[in-house]
Design a protein around this ligand. Structure first.
Ligand code: WTA
Length: 649
C-alpha cells in the first residue's frame, strides 16, 4: 500500500516549527519572491558585514555562476560556536560515543568545543596554514574530526575530508587534487572492534604526493606507528602549548568552506566545492525544519563525517543551531545488532537519522534487538542515501518508532549541500518510499529524458532537475569549472540535472527511482562504475572490465563486474579473490565487487561501444527485456554471458 498517507499526529503538528498551513504559505512565498524569502532567512546566521545582495545565479549555458549573499562576510566556526557561548557555554555540543561500548562516552560542551577548536586552529596556523589553503582530514569519527573541520573554518582554510575507509591511493589522489598543505590523521581508526591503520595508510598515500604536505597525527589508540621527523607533528604534544583563543577570520560569503570528492559517471571523483554563507544558511535551516529540532533535543545522525551527510547534519547544521549532536565512532552491528538502539536509550536520542541499508540489515536480525531498549525519547526518524523500500519504512515506523515518530525520507546529494525534497514532519503526510515535497525555495521539475522538455502535468515520470538555485548548491568542481557545467548543466540546458530519475504522483509527491547515469548506490554510498572499471583494468591480468549495479537485498545495489582476462590467463577462484582485494586496495572496501563474471567478450556496438544496458539486464537476471540487440557486433557474446551469469549467492 505505498500510497497510504500517514499524516502528522495533531500533537506533533501542534508543537512543530512548521505545520501544513505554514508550509504552504512559506513555500509559495519562497518561489514567488526568492529574494525576499532568502533575505529574511539569511538572517539565521550571524554576519560580520551584512549582505545587501541576496543572490546572483545563472544556469545559462556558458555562464554557470552561482552566488548567494555575496557581499556579506561571516565566519562559520563563530556561528557554530562563539555565538552560542553567552547562553550555552555549559550545554553539551557533542556527545561522543566510542566504538567499544565499555569505553566512556564524552560530553563536550560549547565552551570546550570553543577551546579545542581554537587550539587546533592555532596548531594549523603554526604549521603554516593560511586563509584559502587546503587541509585534508583523514580521521576516525572522533571529536577531533569536528575540531579539525571547525578549526579550518575558523582560520579560513578549506577542508577536504577523506572517508577513513578509503585506500592510500584514493587518499593520495585527493591530497594531490587540492594541493593540500596539511593532512590531519590518526594512528588507528577503531571500528566494529577492528582497527584501520590510518597513519600507515597516510604514509603510503604520501609516497605519491610530490609537494610538501605536513602531517598532524592524533593518537586515538596509542598503537605503534612510524614517524617521519620534520613532516609528522604530534597533536597531543602541540595541543599542550597551543593558544585557546584564535580569532575567527572574516570570510566572504562565497569563500570556499570545503571540498568533498564524490563519484560521477565519468572519470575520477570530482571535488565538489561548497562555500561559506549560503551553505551554512541552508544546512542550519534544513536541520531545524526537516528534523523539527527544538532546543534541548539530542540529535543523532549516524553518517560518517567523510560524507556530506556528516558535514551538514553532524557538524555544521546542528552546531549552527546550538544543538546537541551525537557522534558515533562505531558500526550498527558491533558488539551486536542492538547497538543503535542501545545508544539511543543511553543518550536519550530524540531525532535519529540513518540510511535504508542499515535499516534493512538490522531488520533482518529480529525485533528483539530493538524492543529490549527503551526508545521512548525518540520523536522523529530520518532516512537518507537511497530510496527506502516500503517494507523497511514500515519496520522503521512500527518497530523502531513505535508508530508515533514521523519518518522524514530526505532526498539530496553531496552537490546540494542539504535536503531538497523531504517531508517537513509537522506539515506533510508521508507515504512509504516517497521523499514527498520540496523544501522551501526548491523547484523540482520532471523532464522527459529524451526530449528534455518539462512535463507539466502533475503525474509525471522522467529525470529530476532543478529549475532554480538554492543557497546550499555547490558552486563549482574544484579546479575545473568546465566539468561543473558539463556534468550538471549540459544534458538539459537551463536546469541543474541531478542524475536521478523520478516519478511525481497525482498528489504531487516525488518518488526517486534511482540514478539514470553510470553511478551506482551501494549501501547509500555513491560509486562511479567507471572508477571500479579503471581499478580493475589496472590489474596486469585484466584486459577489459565493465561494471554495473544489480539489486542487492541489503546494500540496495551491489557491484557486478564483467571481466575479460588477458590472453592466456585462466580464470580461477584465487584470481577472483585477488581482483576483489585489488579493488579494495585501489579504492577501498566499499568498492569491492560483489559478483565477478568472467566474460570472454563484452557486448559492443560495431563502433566498439560497450552496451551497458544489456549488461545491466543480465546482472538483474532480466533476460526477457534485453531490448534491441540488432546493433551488436557479435550477438553470440550475449548468449555466453547469460549462460555463465554469476551466481547471486
Ligand atoms: C541517492 C547523500 C532516494 C540519489 C545525501 C542521489 C536518495 C544520491 C535519497 C546522492 C533518498 C539520496 N531517496 N535516493 N532519500 N537520498 N539518494 O551525494 O541517487 O552521497 O543522487 O548524497 O543518493 O548521494 P550522495
Amino acid at each position: 500500500m505505498p500510497n497510504d498517507l500517514t499524516p502528522p499526529s495533531d500533537a506533533f503538528a501542534k508543537s512543530a516549527h512548521i505545520d501544513a498551513e505554514t508550509y504552504e504559505k512559506m513555500y509559495a512565498a519562497s518561489v514567488a519572491d526568492p529574494e525576499a524569502f532568502w533575505a529574511e532567512h539569511g538572517q539565521r546566521v550571524d554576519w560580520i558585514k551584512p549582505f545587501t545582495v541576496v543572490r546572483s545565479t545563472s544556469f545559462a549555458p556558458g555562464n554557470i555562476d552561482i552566488k548567494w549573499f555575496e557581499d556579506g562576510t561571516l565566519n562559520v566556526a563563530a556561528n557554530c560556536i562563539d555565538r552560542h557561548l553567552a547562553t550555552r557555554a555549559d550545554q553539551t555540543a557533542i556527545i561522543w560515543e566510542p566504538d567499544d561500548p565499555n569505553d566512556a562516552a564524552k560530553h563536550i560542551t560549547y565552551a570546550e568545543l570553543h577551546r579545542e577548536t581554537c587550539k587546533m586552529a592555532n596548531i594549523l596556523e603554526d604549521m603554516g596554514v593560511r586563509k584559502g589553503d587546503r587541509v585534508v582530514i583523514y580521521l576516525p569519527m572522533i571529536p577531533e574530526a569536528a575540531y579539525a573541520m571547525l578549526a579550518c573554518a575558523r582560520i579560513g582554510a578549506i577542508h577536504s575530508i577523506v572517508f577513513a575507509g578509503f585506500s592510500p591511493d584514493a587518499l593520495g589522489a585527493r591530497i594531490n587534487g587540492c594541493d593540500a598543505k596539511v593532512l590531519i590523521t590518526a594512528d588507528y581508526a577503531p571500528r566494529g572492534g577492528r582497527q584501520t591503520p590510518l597513519k600507515s595508510n597516510a604514509d603510503a598515500a604520501l609516497l605519491n604526493v610530490l609537494h610538501d604536505c605536513k602531517v598532524l597525527v592524533v593518537r586515538r589508540t596509542g598503537g605503534q606507528i612510524t614517524w617521519m621527523e620534520g613532516r609528522d607533528h604530534d597533536y597531543a604534544e602541540l595541543r599542550l602549548e597551543a593558544d585557546d583563543h584564535t580569532p575567527a577570520a572574516e570570510m566572504a560569503a562565497e569563500d570556499p568552506l570545503f571540498i568533498l570528492y564524490t563519484s560521477g559517471s565519468t572519470g575520477q571523483p570530482k571535488g565538489v566545492v561548497h562555500t561559506t554563507g549560503g551553505y551554512l544558511v541552508y544546512a542550519s535551516m534544513t536541520h531545524a525544519y526537516t528534523f523539527d529540532y527544538h532546543d534541548g533535543d539530542i540529535f543523532w545522525c549516524t553518517a560518517d563525517v567523510g560524507w556530506v551527510t556528516g558535514h551538514s547534519y553532524i557538524v555544521y547544521g546542528p552546531l549552527a543551531n546550538g544543538a546537541t549532536t551525537l557522534m558515533f565512532e562505531g558500526v550498527p552491528t558491533y558488539p551486536d545488532a542492538g547497538r543503535f538502539w542501545a545508544v539511543c536509550e543511553k543518550h536519550k536520542v530524540n531525532q535519529f537519522y540513518t540510511a535504508p541499508t542499515a535499516i534493512r540489515a538490522l531488520m533482518g536480525q529480529g525485533d528483539e534487538f530493538v524492543t529490549k531498549y527503551d526508545l521512548s525519547d525518540l520523536k522523529l526518524l530520518g532516512s537518507v542515501g537511497e530510496p527506502i523500500n516500503p517494507e523497511a519504512w514500515n519496520w522503521y515506523n512500527t518497530v523502531v518508532g513505535g508508530g508515533r515518530c514521523p519518518i522524514v525520507d530526505t532526498w539530496w546529494q553531496t552537490e546540494t549541500g542539504g535536503h531538497l525534497i523531504t517531508p517537513l514532519p509537522g506539515a506533510i503526510a508521508t507515504k512509504p518510499g516517497s521523499a514527498t515535497k520540496p523544501f522551501f525555495g526548491v523547484q523540482p521539475v520532471v523532464l522527459d529524458a529524451h526530449s528534455g522538455t518539462e512535463i507539466t502535468s502533475t503525474e509525471a515520470e522522467g529525470v529530476l532537475c532543478l529549475k532554480d538555485s538554492w543557497p546550499g548548491q555547490m558552486r563549482t568542481v574544484w579546479g575545473d569549472h568546465e566539468r561543473f557545467e558539463k556534468t550538471y548543466f549540459s544534458d538539459y540546458k537551463g536546469y541543474y540535472f541531478s542524475g536521478d530519475g523520478c516519478r511525481r504522483d497525482a498528489d504531487g509527491y516525488y518518488w526517486i527511482t534511482g540514478r539514470v547515469d553510470d553511478v551506482i548506490n551501494v549501501s547509500g554510498h555513491r560509486m562511479g562504475t567507471a572508477e571500479v572499471e579503471s581499478a580493475l583494468v589496472a590489474h596486469a591480468k585484466v584486459a577489459e572490465a565493465a561494471v554495473v549495479g544489480y539489486p542487492h537485498q541489503i546494500k540496495g545495489q551491489g557491484i557486478y563486474a564483467y571481466v575479460t582476462l588477458m590472453n592466456g590467463v585462466e580464470p580461477s577462484d584465487d584470481l577472483r579473490k585477488e581482483l576483489e582485494s585489488w579493488v579494495r586496495t585501489e579504492i577501498g572496501p566499499i568498492a569491492k565487487p560483489d559478483l565477478i563474471q568472467w566474460a570472454p567478450g563484452l557486448p559492443k556496438t560495431r563502433s566498439g561501444k560497450i552496451m551497458r544496458r544489456i549488461l545491466r539486464k543480465i546482472a538483474e537476471n532480466d533476460y526477457g527485456a534485453l531490448g534491441d540487440t540488432s546493433t551488436l557486433a557479435d550477438p553470440s557474446v550475449v548468449d555466453n554471458l547469460i549462460e555463465n551469469r554469476a551466481n547471486k549467492g
